[in-house]
Design a protein around this ligand. Structure first.
Ligand SMILES: CC(C)(COP(=O)(O)OP(=O)(O)OC[C@H]1O[C@@H](n2cnc3c(N)ncnc32)[C@H](O)[C@@H]1OP(=O)(O)O)[C@@H](O)C(=O)NCCC(=O)NCCS
Length: 409
């Protein structure tokens, strides 16, 4: 059975949103639904129809995302849902195939997503490309190393987030290109991030912010909530939930973390998503105090291998012939010679003997610089025909800082 697929118009929005609510078991407040609608790019939605019924959906945010050494238009895939009545009939597969063709036609060479389950997307060519850590830090035990940076010109300013939105937006825009995986935020994204209705607070109190600044302006900010409590013995036992901490330089970064970690009456700090190379790891004298938990973050799909590979920068010179396997986007499935140095890259179709044979997922995993090609080689998941070439490509594709988007879409 086939299910016609097309973008929806605005009148079909309730049915589109209904599929997502049903599939995720999500019961949004009407205000949350309005926010979701305001963020939706209707021309980039796709719905699969069973007669008049919308049975499967997906959509895209048109991002500018940082990749190693560049910023690119990237398709941010979201809202992927199929009704329980129609699951496992191939709707997702049909939606993914159509969506990848649309992305290619629009000229984007890379797609990105957050996966609700890690087992879904590799069959469509997405590779796990970024990871995150979450920290559970107790205040006592959070001392910094002795040589942590300090700048006497810096001072803190406590402010309501809504009052300093423009300053935070400006600071974020100044740091977005510093790390692969970060994406430029639209106004609606900030509205969602700073949303502070009672249902947004989930019992953890209003959103709060503190800025680090000097006479020349803002150098960083932290966004958090405080779940206030005392234990049965009357000892303060509040929890600080950190949402964002962004800074333009190390001294501002250290000061903001100190402000969060030293907060009076708070005994625990929960930072839900942080990069795997968060400078906090080097700043803490006792890194065990992070109580870090690892998780996958962004998944990346190279929609056009050659354009994607030439759009990013490389950490070392490399010259390899890669044979790419890709049964969803067959235009990628062939041999390519990638030649790159510190000044640029070229990727040309060739008929030469390959140095390695790779599934397109492996290139997606390596694309943002997380070093995952080496991990795949060590796991025996890659076929290397010329010894040493996977290491050479993996080294060239590695990047610092490590990729991290930092905000789920
Ligand atoms: C995930 C979801 C979209 C899959 O839709 P679907 O139409 O049932 O998927 P398909 O029938 O096209 O399945 C294609 C393949 O993926 C597999 N698959 C689908 N969902 C899977 C899952 N959650 N875990 C593992 N495998 C899955 C199917 O078994 C099938 O495998 P096969 O090709 O080897 O037979 C649907 O189950 C859903 O809406 N889940 C809840 C919401 C959600 O998690 N969305 C993803 C947001 S990132």
């Amino acid at each position: 059975m086939t299910y016609p697929i097309r973008p929806i118009d605005e009148a079909e929005w309730p049915a589109f949103s209904g599929v997502l609510e049903e599939a995720f078991g999500w019961t949004p407040h009407p205000t949350q639904k309005e926010r979701y609608k305001a963020e939706t790019e209707f021309d980039r939605t796709l719905a699969a129809f069973d007669g008049d019924v919308i049975a499967g959906v997906t959509s895209i945010f048109s991002f500018t995302m940082t990749v190693p050494g560049a910023q690119l238009p990237v398709a941010g895939v979201t809202s992927v849902s199929v009704l329980a009545s129609h699951r496992r009939r191939g709707l997702l597969t049909a939606l993914m195939r159509r969506q990848l063709a649309d992305i290619r036609e629009r000229g984007e060479s890379v797609a990105a997503l957050y996966a609700s389950e890690a087992t879904i997307y590799s069959r469509y060519g997405y590779g796990r490309a970024a990871s995150e850590l979450s920290f559970q830090i107790r205040k006592h035990g959070s001392a910094f190393v002795k040589n942590a940076p300090q700048d006497p010109e810096l001072r803190l300013r406590v402010a309501k987030p809504a009052d300093v939105r423009a300053e935070m937006e400006q600071l974020f825009a100044s740091v977005v290109s510093a790390r692969p995986g970060r994406y430029e935020r639209r106004s609606q994204t900030w509205t969602g991030l700073l949303a502070d209705e009672e249902f947004d607070q989930r019992g953890a109190g209003p959103l709060r912010s503190v800025l680090a600044e000097d006479d020349r302006g803002v150098r960083g900010y932290a966004l958090f909530r405080i779940k206030s409590s005392w234990d049965d013995n009357g000892v303060p036992d509040s929890e600080l939930k950190l949402y964002e901490l962004e800074a333009a330089d190390p001294a501002a970064y250290a000061l903001l973390w100190r402000s969060v970690l030293d907060r009076d009456l708070v005994s625990r700090i929960e930072a839900g998503t942080r990069p795997v190379d968060d400078p906090l790891i080097a700043l803490l004298a006792d890194t065990r105090q992070l109580r870090a938990r690892w998780g996958d973050e962004l998944w990346i799909r190279l929609v056009e291998v050659d354009r994607a590979l030439t759009a990013r920068a490389y950490s070392a010179p490399v010259d390899v012939v890669i044979e790419v396997e890709d049964d969803i986007c067959p235009w990628n499935a062939r041999r390519w010679r990638l030649t790159a140095d510190l000044t640029g890259a070229e990727c040309k179709p060739v008929e030469d003997q390959p140095d390695m044979t790779l599934p397109v997922t492996a290139l997606g995993s390596a694309y943002l610089g997380d070093g995952l090609l080496m991990e795949s080689l060590a796991a025996g998941l890659l076929r290397e025909h010329t010894p040493g070439t996977v290491r050479a490509l993996g080294t060239a594709m590695s990047w610092s800082p490590k990729p991290w988007a930092g905000l789920t879409f």
